[in-house]
Unconditional design. Structure first.
Length: 352
């Protein structure tokens, strides 16, 4: 029998051990970069929060633009001072050689997700795990026009029929602005790539005086619409849906859209690599998390089960197979990556 006088010290020791374990667990974290705003809020609500509840691992998100994420990741790996663990990179950029130099090869990690009927075929590949796909498209204020709404990039250039300010993104992958200009200039969708950069910039000269907002972040594009800075703009579908969720009058055209997606990138030598793997695995394994995020942001998740969990209204608003077949542009990732430096140099010279 243990003497009563020894019981309290034993209990105290046990409490210290358990308390230390809890503190260690509470101290675990994973650091992810996001573009902030409604995007980050949706990820936190449906993914980061439930993940922390289940694992005890705190998810710390830092806000940055997509260009800043890529530049920061490259600089951290180069200097050997990696402070982030992962970030969502564009699917096009994730297929580039520069991406492989700074990101973890997920080939081994992805083996447990391959061949699963609930996931799309490329849900997990060496370059990263699929976050979701969405569209960059033409969005507009339906109260701004008397004779119908714009539906094509040519309409965006028609300032007589569709008056008001315009908006385009201005960051490190200008292909989508150039592609819109070429489509507005009459280039057929199936002849779009390789992009005729000179022709695109000449077409952009026509509309440049009407461009009242060059946005660098999704939040800027949303705030610009709220402020009435533009009546027609090229923005992300996820951000357009944020405005709709606020009860604002906004419309968009699937006929003027580019299909894009994001991949979860784990940075080489990430300080919390194991936790980053857990966070990515949680995303792929939890269709309810994907459904919640994509219901709120209006995106297409990598899980077929997640798609089934979304409301009929949300599913109907997503690009359909027919939309992709008939209207939506699927960008040529190889051409874009091979010509990224040239396009950016020409773009920077023009935008100045």
């Amino acid at each position: 029998m243990i003497e009563r006088t020894k019981i309290k010290p034993l209990l105290l020791a046990a409490c210290l051990v358990l308390g230390g374990a809890a503190a260690a667990q509470a101290g675990e974290q994973v650091i992810i970069a996001t573009t902030g705003g409604a995007y980050d809020a949706a990820l936190r609500k449906f993914w980061f929060g439930p993940f922390t509840e289940e694992t005890g691992i705190k998810v710390v998100s830092v806000a940055a633009t997509n260009a800043e994420m890529r530049a920061k990741a490259a600089a951290m790996v180069k200097t050997g001072n990696v402070t982030w663990d992962l970030y969502p990179d564009g699917e096009i950029q994730a297929s580039a050689e520069a991406h492989r130099l700074t990101s973890e090869d997920l080939t081994e990690f992805c083996k447990s997700f391959q061949g699963r009927p609930d996931l799309v075929e490329d849900a997990c590949v060496s370059a990263g795990a699929g976050l979701f796909s969405t569209a960059t498209l033409l969005a507009y204020d339906p109260t701004a026009f008397k004779d119908g709404n714009p539906s094509s990039w040519a309409d965006m250039w028609d300032q007589t029929k569709f008056p008001g300010g315009r908006s385009f993104p201005n960051f490190d992958d200008p292909w989508r602005v150039m592609a819109a200009a070429l489509l507005a200039d009459g280039v057929p969708r199936d002849k779009l790539f390789p992009l005729d950069v000179e022709r695109a910039l000449n077409k952009l000269d026509e509309i440049r005086p009407a461009i009242s907002l060059w946005w660098k972040t999704g939040d800027q594009s949303v705030q610009g619409f709220r402020n009435g800075d533009y009546s027609i703009g090229q923005i992300w579908l996820t951000r357009a849906n944020t405005l709709k969720a606020e009860g604002r009058q906004i419309g968009w055209s699937k006929q003027a859209s580019f299909l894009v997606g994001d991949r979860l990138t784990i940075i080489k030598d990430a300080p919390n690599r194991a936790n980053a793997m857990k966070l990515v695995g949680y995303w792929l394994d939890h269709p309810e998390a994907q459904a919640g995020v994509c219901e709120e942001l209006l995106c297409t998740p990598p899980s077929r089960k997640a798609l089934d969990l979304m409301s009929p209204a949300a599913r109907a608003a997503l690009p359909s197979d027919e939309d992709i077949r008939d209207y939506i542009v699927i960008p040529d990732a190889k051409w874009i990556n091979d010509n990224a430096a040239m396009m950016l140099e020409r773009w920077n010279a023009w935008i100045r």
